[in-house]
Design a protein around this ligand. Structure first.
Ligand code: AZC
Length: 822
């Protein structure tokens, strides 16, 4: 397939100028930067729109099967640059803007990140959409149009402050409101049942409910160099009838107010928890809201061309991104039975061929379990259906394992006064997948063992991936150009082509070119850090980076404890031979996650002390980058030498940041966890630095009730020293007790929680050794260059294009649709 664009520079220039007039009644020179961004974005949308129309015409014409990727989160980042890239018009548009005296980077920086997600799970959804459109597969992303996305993080006095992310403030030029696809979503009330005398069927009607209207906004998802433009459909909420508020109909006054509030609240804000379930009523409302609207829409779309809902699965599949959209199972059953008149068995047959589930974590605190009281009050009809699904499932378990109460306790959907969403998703889904080999193995052997034994055919692995269009082509233009110069540009849609770089890894000139590019990217990041943090960092130091959500299992604490240790070593031995190192952190902590926020404060306080100690000659610098997100992430990945992937083995389901670093030529310093295992397999163990307990060892310790960190404390003087520094005021002279909770979490059991739950002290020495190895390896500059080039050359597997092809052939069974343009 030939990927091309049909870009006309002069037309485009005129279009931008016209937009300035149409939108702002101004000439282009009178517009401010935000207005210029809007004008440019509308011009780009103008190119997209014909393709978007053509794509959906073609889907209808060919009556294709479509995947609905159902997700509470889509962490899209900025759209403008990505759309320009995928239209293959980036350089041309950059030129047009230059001719108008406009700097493309300034324009791109005007766009707020669409941060409708927390971390890996939401960003994965965004990468998947990019790959689906590029590979010409029919797909919808289905989600929520949060008025406020992931909060903006400010660091004040070392503390994280959460600032609301008003991302829609200036309007979103790419979105289109689809008023014609409005759906009512009902909450609460009760279910009235009666027998329909004509048909003899039992009927169920929800009464005395409160409802909202779901209104979709569509965002284009542009395929790379083709005519495919898929849709991310995110739902906004509107009150059923605002008019009631002004009426004198006092009887409805209360209801009208309640519905007005429901509409206002339901899509107000993204819950800022990553890998953690908070169990809030509003969250369940959000889930049912977008799921109900999406499923209603999918069924209506199907009925446009088909009259037999028993074959719905031939035309649509719902992929559940974690358990968050799992009410889709019961909602689809409800629509098929209560509205389309199918019998239970018929509806169940359709549902279990339509819904598939992806698990993204084994962390027990992330498992969604809704209290029966809440669930049945909010969703009375849905609850009835879940009860019946559970009743039948328990019968099945009894038949398969007669007399085994334990199986029922462990597998039932409803148990102990709770609805267990993962059990519902597994019971109803036709596919259950993990997101990396190791993760899927742990699911099968441990976490979901009983389910795997009962229905092994459902289980499969889909190792995650990332899109090289954003994380290399857009984020790292220098390296992209270099690669294309060496091997051509086929890698943009076929990442394993990077293997063609192998002949260059021993070539001295190529190594130098590669490291020069890395250095330029480090200078770019250094500039960003200077502008945003006011800290000078040395581009010739090793950039050692850990950017990801802040979570205890990801062990940012291990990293900063090691920095404290290294600092002590350096103080004791000022002539210590080490390459200067810049430790770079970036992480948001959930607003209510106390120990995570305290860890941010610790990192910043350690940074303060070390960065201001002139006696170490700038050999160590510590930087905490404020408000880590997709857009500055692109700059960070491109500049990294060392990629810190140091989660406690078995805890990180996959990780995807690890892949972004690898693709940009950083060395992984990591544990054998998640996709790190597969990264090492691809690049060779000698081109990564691996340390720490294995997942088997961690699981064994956990089954034995932990280990004794006091033994390490008592025997390892250097460890004792840094731990003591947590409570002697070295890093918090104004309040020596400040970090007491971190100290305690490492050394004492607390209310059912084991001391050092995440084996930080257990892995400390092994980590420190690994860090030493990094220093030694970096000293050999040719060896280092070769290793990081090998990382790039072997990153092919980690394209989300590969992941999507696997989902398509094993789970979704979609056909490619080539969209013609006339
Ligand atoms: C994350 C996993 O923690 C991460 O390892 C994985 O790469 C990512 O999903 C994408 O699969 N999980 C989450 O963000 N959240 C939950 C609830 O699992």
């Amino acid at each position: 397939m030939v990927r091309t664009n049909t870009f006309n520079k002069e037309e485009f220039k005129k279009d931008i100028k016209d937009n300035c007039k149409l939108l702002y009644r101004k000439n282009i020179d009178e517009c401010d930067d935000q207005q210029k961004f809007q004008a440019v974005a509308y011009s780009v949308k103008n190119i997209i729109i014909d393709k978007w129309i053509a794509t959906h015409k073609e889907y209808e014409k060919q009556d294709v099967k479509i995947v609905c990727y159902m997700s509470m989160e889509f962490l899209m980042g900025r759209a403008l640059g990505n759309n320009m890239i995928n239209l293959m018009a980036y350089d041309e548009i950059k030129e047009v803007l230059a001719e108008l005296g406009i700097d493309i980077n300034v324009i791109e920086d005007q766009e707020p990140d669409a941060a409708l997600g927390n971390g890996g799970l939401g960003r994965l959804a965004a990468c998947f959409l990019d790959s689906l459109a590029t590979l010409e597969y029919p797909a919808y992303g289905c989600g929520i149009r949060y008025r406020y996305g992931m909060f903006k993080q400010e660091i004040k006095d070392g503390y994280q402050i959460e600032v609301p992310d008003n991302w829609l403030k200036d309007g979103n030029p790419f979105e289109i409101k689809r008023d014609e696809y409005r759906y009512e979503v009902k909450f609460g009330g009760y279910v009235r049942s009666y027998r329909d005398e004509k048909t003899g069927r039992d009927m169920f009607v929800q009464e005395d409910y409160r409802s909202v209207i779901a209104v979709p906004y569509d965002l284009p998802v542009v395929g790379y160099g083709n005519n495919t433009v898929n849709t991310l459909r995110i739902w906004d909420a509107e009150p059923v009838n605002t008019f009631n508020l002004n009426s004198f109909d006092k009887g409805d006054y209360q209801k009208a107010i309640e519905e007005e509030n429901l509409a206002k609240n339901i899509v107000e804000v993204l819950y800022p928890n990553d890998n953690h379930y908070a169990g809030k009523e509003l969250r369940l409302k959000q889930q049912y809201f977008f799921v109900s609207a999406s499923v209603q829409r999918a069924v209506d779309q199907y009925k446009k061309h088909h009259d037999d809902c028993r074959k719905l699965y031939e035309k649509v599949t719902f992929q559940l991104n974690d358990t968050h959209p799992t009410v889709a199972v019961a909602e689809l059953m409800r629509i098929l039975m209560d509205e389309e008149g199918l019998e239970w068995d018929e509806a169940w047959d359709v549902t279990t061929k339509t819904v598939a589930y992806t698990n993204h974590t084994i962390m027990s605190e992330a498992l969604e379990k809704w209290p029966l009281e809440l669930f049945s009050r909010l969703l009375p009809r849905i609850y009835q259906i879940v009860e019946e699904i559970n009743r039948r499932f328990v019968e099945e378990i009894k038949t398969k394992y007669p007399g085994d109460q334990e199986k029922i306790r462990k597998m039932a959907i409803i148990y102990d006064g709770q609805v267990k969403m993962a059990h519902l998703a597994i019971c109803a889904g036709y596919s259950v997948n993990g997101v990396a080999k190791l993760h899927t193995e742990i699911l099968e052997k441990q976490e979901l063992k009983d389910f795997y034994e009962m229905m092994p055919q459902k289980f499969n692995n889909k190792t995650n991936g990332i899109t090289q269009r954003r994380f290399l082509l857009h984020g790292n233009p220098l390296l992209s150009a270099w690669i294309t110069d060496k091997i051509g540009d086929a890698w943009v849609t076929d990442l394993p082509q990077l293997k063609k770089l192998l002949p260059y890894v021993d070539d001295e000139k190529a190594q130098q070119e590669f490291m020069q590019i890395k250095r330029k990217n480090k200078v770019r990041l250094a500039k960003y850090i200077k502008e945003h943090n006011g800290i000078d960092v040395d581009p010739d130091s090793i950039f050692d980076v850990q950017v990801k959500r802040l979570h205890e299992y990801k062990r940012q604490l291990l990293n900063i404890l090691h920095v404290m240790y290294l600092y002590n070593e350096l103080k004791k031995n000022p002539d210590m031979d080490m390459t200067p190192r810049t430790f770079i952190f970036g992480a948001k902590a959930a607003a209510g996650y106390r120990i995570a926020k305290l860890t941010i404060k610790l990192i910043n306080n350690v940074a303060d002390v070390i960065n201001n100690d002139a006696s170490i000659n700038g050999k160590i610098k510590v930087v905490f980058i404020e408000n880590y997100r997709v857009s500055n992430g692109e700059i960070i990945f491109a500049a990294a030498d060392v990629s810190e992937q140091i989660s406690t083995a078995s805890k990180e389901a996959s990780g995807t940041g690890n892949m972004k670093f690898m693709l940009n030529g950083a060395m992984t310093l990591g544990t054998m966890d998640g996709a790190n295992v597969e990264i090492v397999q691809e690049v060779g163990i000698e081109n990564a630095v691996i340390f720490g307990l294995s997942s088997d060892e961690v699981i064994r310790y956990e089954n034995e009730g932990g280990y004794d960190p006091m033994e390490i404390f008592n025997n390892d003087q250097a460890v004792r020293e840094i731990l003591t520094e947590l409570i002697n005021g070295k890093y918090s002279p104004e309040d020596p007790e400040m970090f007491r909770d971190i100290y305690n979490s490492l050394l004492s059991n607390q209310g059912g929680r084991r001391a050092d739950t995440y084996f930080i002290l257990k892995d400390f020495r092994s980590y420190a050794e690994a860090q030493k190895q990094i220093d030694a390896r970096y000293k050999n500059s040719a060896g280092w260059a070769k290793s990081v080039m090998l990382n790039v050359a072997n990153a092919g597997k980690f394209s989300s294009d590969r992941t999507i092809e696997e989902y398509v052939s094993d789970i979704w069974k979609l056909k490619k649709v080539h969209v013609p343009m006339n």
